[in-house]
Design a binder for this molecule. Structure first.
Ligand code: ADE
Length: 244
């Protein structure tokens, strides 16, 4: 997978891509990331990348020309075939299903917006997709781009040691994940649930499934609308409803 990231602040990314899983994925050649400074594609001695909005109002708007020039120069003949993703709070909301969808591409180009916004012609005539990482406003798309690179990279085959790890974790099946424990069995007054120490694999699997269902039901009931549920899952949820 190759990521091209277009930003006015490439320095924000140092650190994020130089530790832990992304670092190892890059070292293994599974992922390559190139940062491109949009300012280098701006015209004139001052390389201006923003301007005041037509119609008035506060804030500065990112000009279209440097962004179009940067995307066209970076992609060249790949312009027609590479997803061009604009990070913006107006985009569709990024989630695990979108991460999986993106992980099937060989290349992605991410454009980080800044200031009060980006000229609408970038939204309309350049971006092929617009993503938001949640219903809040960041100072720019850079942190959102880091989130997307991270979530997509860990889905690339070979990046994580254990492929089952991405299958079982939170959201993979549309549910929150069950709780984890490690040694010691008793920490302060807090005991590891007996079932986990029992060695009964079928019971452990059932307990974990019920915990995942319970946590999702308590914290994110919206996820139950789309989760893959068995008849046994539904019976357990009915039991939770009846007890509440
Ligand atoms: N830029 C500013 N806020 C954002 C958000 N929530 N998601 C993606 N890009 C953004």
């Amino acid at each position: 997978m190759h990521f091209d990231i277009l930003t006015l602040f490439p320095g924000l990314f140092t650190g994020a891509f130089e530790e832990s899983i992304i670092k190892r994925a890059r070292e293994a050649g599974l992922v390559t990331i190139t940062l491109h400074n949009i300012r280098e594609y701006a015209a004139g001695r001052h390389r201006i990348t923003d301007d005041t909005p037509y119609g008035g109002g506060g804030g500065m708007i990112m000009k279209p020309e440097p962004i179009f020039a940067a995307v066209e120069a970076v992609l060249g003949e790949r312009l027609e075939t590479t997803p061009i993703i604009l990070l913006t709070p107006k985009g569709r909301v990024f989630n695990q299903a979108v991460a999986r969808e993106l992980s099937r591409h060989r290349r992605l180009l991410l454009v980080c917006g800044r200031y009060e916004g980006v000229d609408e012609r970038v939204h309309q005539h350049l971006a092929t997709d617009e993503l938001s990482i949640g219903d809040y406003v960041l100072s720019g798309g850079e942190v959102a781009a880091m989130v997307i690179v991270d979530a997509v990279t860990r889905l690339i085959p070979g990046v994580l040691g254990d492929p089952a790890a991405t299958f079982e974790e939170s959201h993979a099946e549309g549910l929150l994940e069950y709780p984890h424990y490690t040694r010691p069995p008793l920490f302060r007054d807090h005991q590891v649930p007996d079932v986990l120490l029992s060695g009964h694999h079928a019971e452990i699997t059932r307990w974990r499934r019920q915990q995942a269902l319970r946590h999702t039901w308590e914290r994110r009931p919206d996820l139950l609308q789309t989760a893959r549920l068995s008849e046994e899952d539904r019976a357990y949820l009915r039991q939770l409803e009846a007890e509440s």
